[in-house]
Design a protein around this ligand. Structure first.
Ligand code: ZN
Ligand code: ZN
Length: 209
């Protein structure tokens, strides 16, 4: 699937082609990929009718959108909500002014048409919900889950570990790459790296879960 903010296999979205899922609540059809809403994903409907199942065709036709978690906050039915407004206590963190507040300001500076484009993008599958990163005044494009080979392929100086440490948003310590992604990774390694590319300068970033 190749959208402005999503370039990865459709299997990395929560949409499924399954006979167990009923027809789309909006168009009443059952011939495209569908998603049964279970409360973990919130849509932004334009109608007041009860919507339990949505299809990918109706998404493409912008008949509904998704609420998203983004760097610095949330895109909700009511608009942009910065993280420290939802969780006031975050303002008391010692690194609030150096870490979170700059992210919130970047989010607030994004123009409305880009918010609309992201709302009409499906989330990618992530254990704790997809979070979209930001670069060059825009949301970044999700380009899939990276493994060691992907870091080797993209690292500019053939040093995947250094490249990982450079682009990962939630750094977990110096040995993290070796333990979770490297050629000698632990047999218990379960971390996933969600990779993004900037639409404007091609910078890569990502985060681990
Ligand atoms: Zn539909
Ligand atoms: Zn950029």
């Amino acid at each position: 699937m190749n959208l402005k903010y999503f370039n990865a296999p459709i299997s990395e979205t929560p949409f499924e082609l399954s006979n167990d899922i009923g027809s789309c609540s909006i168009c009443k059809k059952n011939n495209s990929l569908r998603l049964e809403l279970d409360g973990s994903i919130e849509i932004i409907p334009q109608t007041s009718e009860l919507i339990e199942i949505v299809c990918i065709e109706c998404l493409n036709e912008q008949k509904y959108g998704f609420e998203h978690q983004v760097e610095g906050g949330f895109l909700t039915k009511e608009g942009v909500l910065i993280k420290s407004k939802k969780y006031e206590y975050l303002k008391n963190n010692t690194d609030y002014f150096s870490v979170l507040q700059p992210k919130e300001q970047k989010l607030l500076a994004i123009e409305k048409s880009k918010l609309e484009d992201l709302i009409h993008t499906p989330p990618f599958n992530a254990f704790q919900g997809a979070i979209w990163l930001i670069h060059c005044n825009d949301f970044m494009k999700f380009i899939g889950n990276w493994e060691h080979d992907d870091f080797v392929k993209h690292s500019p100086n053939n040093n995947p570990k250094e490249f990982f440490n450079e682009i990962v948003d939630n750094w977990n310590g110096d040995d993290f790459y070796d333990e979770q992604f490297g050629t000698n990774k632990s047999e218990y390694a379960e971390s996933i790296f969600y990779a993004f590319e900037c639409l404007h300068c091609k910078q890569k970033r990502g985060y681990v879960e």
